[in-house]
Design a protein around this ligand. Structure first.
Ligand code: EPU
Length: 431
């Protein structure tokens, strides 16, 4: 088991550099299956979700080369519709992008139902609705999603999503790129990683317009060519460091970000009394006085992200007064609250609403990371608590945060990891 040991109470100070966006990388890597040539991808975060996806592609016959920790070259031209290894697919939510990518490239996909963080039921009916709108027939059989394009391949279609879904928007885009005709996706998600995936695919020859708005149009092209692409910085990783400084106090310059992507997170922290100064590609976060209470509802972008909800709850738990948090995306994303209660937090949860009554101090305790962002929240809680906190199951955190220990130590945090990092998966060739 991977554990983090944290001695809290030290304000964070210094500079931290943000890595590439996880939720862009985990879509772009499977989308490279569509490309007939070599994709050079830079600013790839070195996190376990990315390592798993690279291993899946490598096991399917792709040639994966690494140039240092954050640059890869992917050549999927020799992949011949191999079935992705089920034990790996189960471990990562984003493996659902393999369905769109295989269907688009081979006209057929058979992928195990994806895994990922447990926030209640997470169906993929909207993905399927999109594939069907392009003429595919989709069956769920023995834990697999099997999709077949009609004879002649996928045809452009029109789909109106019943709810704003990041995964469905991206998966339908991926499947549509090599189809015949025009696909229109309405009520799309608008997250920065949607735009990044569209930019990646367009750089390889796709014709996608409207990404970042409610309506995306994909005009099918016969083939994609190789090329180079740089992934955008991770909005949620940056937001997590912002929340960490807000909770512990201190003064940190967060570099390699897109300030526009941080607006919704910065606005809430400003309401709580945090001083935030934006520069071209960095942001300074300073907190000296006590945090103030605030209310927040998580929403699709540009609303406040659900993936920042647990980290912000920690700030509220240490703020003066009562805050109300409404979870607008998932039915069950407050499981981690029981862990915060062990640290002396005063939080009541009723369904999708949490009332967070701020306390003067959190106290160190033995807690668990229930999932990726909940784990990040436990780390922040440990950093601002009095005494020692041990965060168990910290492997969840490493699914999405590159070198979190090193980055926090460089900011003065007293944190250490109690296990070795996993090996780079077999099949990767260092270059
Ligand atoms: N939904 C459906 N049917 C669908 C798709 C979604 O009912 O076919 C529901 C979901 O159950 C959920 C809501 O719609 O209640 C939104 O889900 P969405 O599809 O947007 O989420 P996702 O694609 O499964 C991605 C991120 C999550 C992030 C959400 C929301 C990836 C791999 N995951 O998940 O990231 O919380 O969008 O922004 O991109 C994380 O990074 O920690 C993480 C969980």
């Amino acid at each position: 088991m991977t554990k983090y040991e944290i001695t809290g109470g030290t304000p964070l100070n210094g500079t931290v550099c943000i890595s590439g966006a996880k939720n862009a990388a985990v879509a772009i890597i499977p989308a490279a299956l569509l490309v007939d040539g070599i994709c050079k991808i830079e600013n790839v975060p070195d996190i376990s979700d990315v390592r798993l996806l690279l291993q899946i592609l490598s096991d399917m016959g792709a040639n994966v080369r690494r140039f240092g920790p954050n640059t890869i070259e992917l050549d999927c031209s020799r992949v011949r519709n191999a079935v992705a290894p089920i034990e790996l697919v189960h471990r990562i939510r984003a493996s659902y992008y393999l369905i769109g990518a295989e269907l688009g490239r081979f006209g057929r996909a058979c992928v195990a139902m994806p895994g990922g963080c447990n926030f209640g039921v997470r169906p993929i009916d909207q993905h399927i609705k999109g594939f069907e709108a392009m003429g595919a027939s989709v069956n769920l059989m023995a834990g697999y999603v099997c999709a077949d394009a009609p004879i002649g391949g996928l045809q452009g279609g029109h789909v109106y999503l019943d709810m704003v879904s990041v995964g469905a928007t991206m998966n339908i885009m991926i499947a549509a790129v090599l189809s015949t005709g025009m696909t229109v996706i309405e009520n799309c998600a608008k997250e920065p990683h949607i735009v990044d995936l569209a930019n990646f695919l367009n750089a390889m020859g796709a014709k996608i317009s409207g990404a970042g708005t409610d309506v995306i149009k994909v005009r099918g092209v016969p083939r994609l060519h190789g090329g180079s692409y740089t992934i955008i910085p991770d909005q949620i990783e940056a937001g997590t460091y912002m929340a960490a400084v807000a909770a512990t106090g201190g003064n940190v310059l967060i570099e390699n970000i897109i300030p526009k992507h941080m607006d919704c997170i910065a606005a809430k922290l400003r309401e709580m009394g945090v001083k935030i100064t934006e520069y071209d590609d960095s942001i300074r976060v300073e907190r000296t006085g006590r945090l103030r209470h605030v209310n927040v509802k998580t929403l699709p972008y540009p609303g406040f992200p659900t993936d920042m909800q647990p980290q912000n709850v920690v700030c509220m738990a240490a703020a003066a007064g009562s805050s109300i948090v409404t979870e607008g995306i998932y039915e069950n994303r407050f499981r981690y609250v029981t862990e915060l209660l062990r640290m002396g937090a005063n939080i009541q949860v009723d369904g999708r609403v949490a009332v967070v009554n701020g306390v003067d101090t959190l106290t160190g305790s033995l807690v668990k990371a229930c999932d990726l962002r909940a784990g990040a929240a436990m780390v922040i809680a440990g950093l601002c608590a009095q005494g020692m906190t041990t965060v168990e199951d910290a492997h969840y955190i490493e699914r999405g945060y590159e070198n979190i220990i090193g980055k926090l130590q460089a900011l003065g945090a007293n944190i250490r990891r109690m296990e070795e990092y996993s090996e780079v998966p077999a099949g990767l060739v260092a270059g």
